[in-house]
Ligand binder design. Structure first.
Ligand code: FPP
Length: 247
């Protein structure tokens, strides 16, 4: 029996973000080359996207490629990027059929015009879809995001469209790549690592975290539901006392 039946549909996080880790180690464990681990990881992406949609998650952000990942061997960087682009092209009809809206966050200045065209094709084609929003964090780094936001805020103050006194926490949020999305209530990281690795540093201030030893290619539908059930057992207090929250 699927764990989906145990999930309280009224307590589903609206934004779930995932650090997909362990593809390389999964490949090693199975006697395959690293790139095969990334291919297997794509299958998990599809299963988890559908599972999240099935229970009513509105935004799913997946950390597919960090700014630091550019430092990997060139052949692996190229392999990951072409895998992502190939998947987006192949799966666009599937996104349309399932009403998935595709968006992406990150610093895309190092991408080739071909990759940019694929991303924009997917964003444009799905922009009127009203189902789950799949946010691909691609060439993403939170410190880069905060730096760029700070530069843009300074620019706005300099040219007079924003005054110093107007800057508050919501201003900062508005200038981040994620301005259109609510902060993620729930962040999952696979592969037994307990780090944020420069992912959504500002947005994760009140997120609940879930860590599993499973490598990403072994994280499927039921494993996602198990994580959601764990989230639903928690009490989110935002600095208040338990009694205050229960009132
Ligand atoms: C981390 O595992 C994984 C990545 C850096 C790449 C993840 C990319 C995908 C799964 C493709 C996603 C595709 C779409 C369309 C979203 P790792 O290589 O760091 O694993 P390791 O720590 O075991 O070496």
């Amino acid at each position: 029996m699927s764990l989906i039946h145990d999930i309280d549909k009224n307590k589903v996080p609206s934004h779930v973000a995932i650090i997909m880790d362990g593809n390389g180690r999964w490949a090693q464990q199975h006697g395959k080359v690293r790139v095969m681990g990334h291919s297997a990881g794509v299958d998990s992406v599809k299963l988890v996207l559908r599972a999240a949609d099935n229970i009513g998650v509105k935004f799913l952000t997946l950390y597919a490629f960090s700014i630091e990942n550019w430092n990997r061997p060139k052949y692996e960087v190229n392999a990951i990027i072409s895998l992502i682009m190939r998947t987006l092209k192949n799966d666009l009809p599937d996104f349309m059929e399932n009403n998935v809206r595709f968006e992406t966050i990150g610093d895309h200045s190092r991408l080739t015009s071909k990759s940019l065209a694929t991303l924009h094709e997917c964003i444009d084609a799905t922009k009127n879809n009203t189902g789950i929003t799949f946010v691909l964090a691609f060439s993403y780094g939170a410190r880069n995001e905060i730096t760029v936001a700070t530069q843009r805020i300074a620019e706005a103050v300099k040219n007079g469209t924003l005054s110093l006194g107007e800057i508050d926490e919501s201003t900062i949020s508005k200038y981040l790549y994620t301005s259109k999305y609510p902060d993620p209530e729930f962040i999952i990281r696979t592969s037994g690592e307990y780090r944020l690795s420069n992912f959504l540093l500002w947005q994760s201030a009140y997120s609940e975290f879930y860590f599993t030893d499973l490598f990403w290619p072994d994280f499927h539908r039921e494993e996602f539901f198990a994580a959601i059930l764990d989230f639903q057992k928690r009490e989110r207090r935002f600095g208040k006392t338990s009694a205050q929250v229960k009132k």
